[in-house]
Write a new protein. Sequence first.
Length: 243
Amino acid sequence: MMESTIDFLVETSTKTLPYGVGGRQKGKCDQWTQKGTGFIRLVDGRRVFVRSSDIFKEGGRFSLKRDEVVFFQLGADEQGRKKATLVTCNEDFEALAIDLYQFMVSKAESKSFPPTLTACQRKFVHHKAQDLGLFSCSQGEGPDRYIRVTHEAEMGFLSSSEEKVLKLKKEIQICLKLIAAEPADRGTMRVSLGDLNGKECEELRTFCWDNGLDFCTAEKRGNTREYFTECFHPTGVFRTVRA
């Protein structure tokens, strides 16, 4: 069984989590090019890079117009550069994101999304569920086909690599819940992620950025690389959590 540790270290910081449910942010398209890339301007004036492959939009139009209102999360590319991910232009998609987040923090065993969702909305639900460390699958046939989301994977649902990533996401979420419960007097927290392959590294880097965490430079240990993320915890107590 894979083991990883969560270390809480005593250090002072003023860092805070992103505003909005589950790290979702709002902005406007500031620039768009024919290459399928552009920039979003946040409410505080900062700009963040966006590409068409990260946009969820009805009608197959994966582009933005200048000053178009968008909702998104901060993620990172393979080189660790910030970018916008899970970009939408419709509040209906944001309602789906809120439903998924509320399910994530609830004790309900599962949540179902109706078969009336569009193909684009279905795709968004699957991607956002994975981002939150949840499991999603389509069930039923034809017009009755719907999406079912759970906290735990069902038998044969994921590969060993996907199970590893989801397990690490859940450990990070434990830390985020502790932060939310005690927001005062933050201290630095490190979550050890162990040795990761390229795909695992990219997915966890984006997950950390989406949740306002730093995905840190790899530490070499022999012939392997040990990855970790750092955020901030309110107490000065050192604790270890094993999966």
